[in-house]
Each structure stands twice: as structure tokens, then as C-alpha cells.
Design a protein around this ligand. Structure first.
Ligand code: G3P
Ligand code: CA
Length: 275
């Protein structure tokens, strides 16, 4: 299945090439870059000593051999953990599954905790333009610290103040309108994505929080309520859909003219799109 379209849909590797390698590890992001992903998605959380690390869950239990909340652990504690072997064993929640990660790298750095700083370094050294879609997790608990640290880090890489949103290599995503507002207040040209998991009055009306131009609906919303996606597009918004892993859902997104597909399977999606 290939598609000819007027605009190129961006393929975003969700937590890296997370079907093939453990999510949010260097191994997963390197694989996504190798596979040709246009962009990388990552979730960021603050450690107890103020470092931004790429971890999805509030706790490290599912994706490492450790226990505890990221916010209660220091970077050195996290650095001692292995974020790769759960994938080989099957996740703790799915202990009966067959191992699904056969080609484990020997270098432990590939599967240790990934700081956002290291991920920015990987993108800087990619040898081609790779964009980053960074999601702030639990930003309200930290009253602005996540965004503050994020912008400081982006500044260090010269990515905090693009000349215009469409030129930016980075975008910030969140389910929290307040988090996006903080980012825009500090850096008005940095694009922001408002994530949506459920239908809300805002979605029904095709409205996004003030200043946000990109909607990030779940694939479930897209399947069940395609008219809301059309409404967002008609209102001039971009639409970035997560998490799209099946060819039928890719077809649906293409038909609706979405702008980015966020997937655990970047190589497969690139193939289906004929990129
Ligand atoms: O890309 C957005 C998507 O990642 C939001 O959901 O739970 O995977 O962070 P989640
Ligand atoms: Ca995410």
C-alpha cells in the first residue's frame, strides 16, 4: 500500500522505534534514525536532583529493573538501572509473553536511562535533520520547573527560539494547556501541540488553547470522530495523531489529511506511505 499525496506526512517515532527496541533508550532512538523517521517523540520528567530524563511512566517499575518514582530518584540512581532487559523478557505486566527483543546491544549505555540532553546530542549528530516532539509529563506538580529546565536545555543547543514556528526543529507537546502556555510565554515561536485523549467541548468546536496551532488527538478519536479532525483542519490547525501502528489507521489518517503520524513502527509506516 502506497499513497500519492500533495503534502508529505511526517513520521514520528513514538518513544523511539519502540516496537523494535526498549522505549526511550538510545537504542530505540538510534534505530528510529536509521529507519528514516522524520522526528522522534519523547516524554520528559524531572528527577529529584533536577535533570530531565526520558521516561513515560511516573515510576520506573515497568521499564527498568528498579522501583520508585522518577521524581524521588536522583540521576545517579537512575543511571544504575537497566532500562533494556524488560523488553527482552516481556514487560513485567506481560510476563508470559515471548521475548520480543532479540538483538540487544552490548554497550549498556544504549539501554541505560536517557537524559534529554543526550537525546538532543544524538539529534545534533544525526547527520540529517531529525525533529523532536517533546512531551512534558506531570508538569503541574512541578509548577513550571519542567518547562524552565526544558527551555534552558534547548537554549544550550540553540533550539529554544526558532525564527518562526514552521522552521523549528523542536515542538513541545502536552495534555496540559497550562504547560504549553508556559512554553509559549517564554518562547513564542516554539511550536506547541495540544494532546487530546478524549472528546471534549474544545475538540467538538475545533478550538485549541490560545496560541496553539497543532492538535494531537489519539487514533481512537480519529477513528470514532473523523468529523472533528476535518473541523480542526478546516480551522487551519495541523493535526498530529498518536499512536498509529496499523495500515488501516494510516489510510484513515491519509484520507483526513493529517500532518504527522506518531508510531511505534516508523519503518513500517514509512513503507506504507511510500516514503
Ligand atoms: O505522542 C503523544 C502520546 O505519546 C501521548 O500518550 O501516554 O504515549 O505519552 P503517551
Ligand atoms: Ca508521549
Amino acid at each position: 500500500m502506497t499513497h500519492a499525496r500533495q503534502h508529505r506526512i511526517q513520521v514520528v517515532a513514538h518513544r523511539g522505534a519502540s516496537e523494535d527496541a526498549p522505549e526511550h533508550t538510545l537504542a530505540a532512538y538510534k534505530k528510529a534514525i536509521e529507519d528514516g523517521a522524520d522526528a522522534l517523540e519523547c516524554d520528559v520528567r524531572l528527577t529529584a536532583d533536577g535533570h530531565l530524563v526520558c521516561v513515560h511512566d511516573r515510576r520506573v517499575d515497568r521499564t527498568s529493573n528498579g522501583r520508585g518514582a522518577v521524581s524521588a530518584l536522583e540521576l545517579a540512581d537512575l543511571a544504575a538501572l537497566d532500562f533494556g532487559s524488560w523488553k527482552h523478557r516481556g514487560s513485567p505486566r506481560h510476563r508470559d509473553e515471548e521475548p520480543d527483543w532479540e538483538h540487544r546491544p552490548e554497550d549498556p549505555a544504549e539501554t541505560s536511562v536517557l537524559t534529554l540532553e543526550r537525546l538532543l546530542g544524538l539529534v545534533a549528530d544525526a547527520g540529517r535533520r531529525v525533529e523532536l516532539a517533546i512531551e512534558t509529563k506531570h508538569p503541574t506538580r512541578w509548577a513550571g520547573q519542567v518547562e524552565e529546565r526544558l527551555l534552558l536545555l534547548l537554549k544550550r543547543f540553540g533550539l529554544d527560539a526558532p525564527a518562526a514556528p514552521e522552521k523549528s526543529q523542536v515542538r513541545v507537546m502536552s495534555f496540559s494547556a497550562r504547560s504549553l502556555h508556559r512554553v509559549r510565554a517564554a518562547s513564542p515561536t516554539l511550536p506547541t501541540v495540544y494532546l487530546m485523549q478524549f472528546v471534549s467541548p474544545r475538540l467538538r468546536d475545533g478550538r485549541l488553547p490560545a496560541g496553539v496551532r497543532i492538535a494531537g488527538p489519539s487514533i481512537r478519536i480519529v477513528r470514532n470522530h473523523p468529523m472533528y479532525i476535518k473541523r480542526l483542519k478546516r480551522a487551519g490547525h495541523q493535526v498530529h495523531v498518536w499512536t498509529v501502528n496499523e495500515p488501516g489507521d494510516v489510510d484513515l489518517c491519509v484520507g483526513l489529511g493529517v500532518d504527522a503520524i506518531i508510531t511505534n513502527r516508523p519503518r513500517a509506516v514509512l513503507g506504507w506511505l511510500g516514503h
